[in-house]
Design a protein around this ligand. Sequence first.
Ligand SMILES: Nc1nc2c(ncn2[C@@H]2O[C@H](COP(=O)(O)OP(=O)(O)OP(=O)(O)O)[C@@H](O)[C@H]2O)c(=O)[nH]1
Ligand SMILES: [Mg+2]
Length: 259
Amino acid sequence: MSVLPPVRRDRIVADLPQCFKKEACLHTRDSFHSKVTSACKQQRTGTVGFRISKVIVVGDLSVGKTCMINRFCKDVFDKNYKATIGVDFEMERFEILGVPFSLQLWDTAGQERFKCIASTYYRGAQAIIVTFDLSNISSLEHTKQWLQDALKENDPSSVLLFLVGSKKDLISPSQYALMEQDAIKVAKEMQAEYWSVSSLTGENVKEFFFRVASLTFEASVLAELEKTNARKIGEVVRINSNDRNLYQSSKKNKQKCCQ
Ligand SMILES: Nc1nc2c(ncn2[C@@H]2O[C@H](COP(=O)(O)OP(=O)(O)OP(=O)(O)O)[C@@H](O)[C@H]2O)c(=O)[nH]1
Ligand SMILES: [Mg+2]
């Protein structure tokens, strides 16, 4: 009997959610990788369905990290600023291509004095979300440093990167267009996928987190399949080397026998 409640009906993913801007996205495929789709159909996803994937959210103080997570997880918005002290986290459960998948969203503090506590939680992330405030250019300029710090604790070759501009409701469409050009440039340099959201109106928040969950899931299944293949190759090599041992030992026995 399962102790976990069923996954919410609005957390079920059947198709790959699309990226926000084709110029700055992790991949432009319309659907999940074919290996992933067939592994899910054949229930060959190993331990992915039992694991909890860690996602960390970093960025300057007051850029809206907590509000973005709260909008997605609790569908609330608080206009009063309450600094995050150290870290906080929320769990979100999804069902992707029929497989349960859990994300642990780590909300870290942007304030300098809490940074050293927060950075101790950076390790072991499958995805890093670097956030900036679309109405504050200096917060975009600081994103590279945030990423650099977060990558020190993680494997840059396997972690998925996202650059998110928040508070879209605060700027005009023409201001946004200018900001977006700069942000896309930064995202490309970082090799991150770019998104813009508003936690006040809710614009793009759900779409963004569904994309994060889906790409993290896809990467986890691909890694699991690779591990299984490596294990199979290892077994073949072991069997072959055992064969050789058998041959050698039988040869030895033979020699003994004839001596
Ligand atoms: N208009 C508008 N205000 C926002 C939005 N998101 C956050 N805010 C406001 O910005 C302030 C800071 O938001 P937080 O989410 O607490 O910022 P944070 O990045 O978590 O800050 P730290 O925890 O100190 O790192 C709050 O007053 C929010 O109400 C948004 O989308 N639109
Ligand atoms: Mg916060």
